[in-house]
Design a protein. Sequence first.
Length: 171
Amino acid sequence: MHVGCCENCKYLDLMDSVPKKCPRCGADFVSLGIGSAQWNGMSEKEREETIAKRFPKPDPALWSELWPDPDPEETAEQRPKEYVFICYKCNTVTAHADEDAGYFCPECGSNMVPSGYDTVEWAYLSKEEKRRVTEESKIHYMVGQIKKVSYDDSETVSRVIKVVKNTTGDL
């Protein structure tokens, strides 16, 4: 078996010759071209170098061309803003012009949740920060939906009590 590495989140695992998907993020696994016995005999530095050879870092000049630093003299009012929205169900990320509008996911039709970031700010977040923002946005959406439930409606309250009673078993 060969050691494989996720091309997105760099998760490591053993893989056969069959293409494999990452259990963390769903991206493709790429073989590092070495067996597990050889991997186990390597030092930590050699392992890092092996991964760095397979996934080279982008050229900083090219990176700055693709993602230029915002112009410090340009004010926020001058720059047209688009805001990042996240799908509540399938995690699709899209941009829209209005921060407070209700949008629906183009993939699954579910509600899109505002992330609180515009597209420029989002582009500079790390993968971990984007995951955190995505989860926090979904939790904020769920709390908002729970708060919308009217407790004056006796049918709703009885359904909630039944669910709680059935799950705890103590009541």
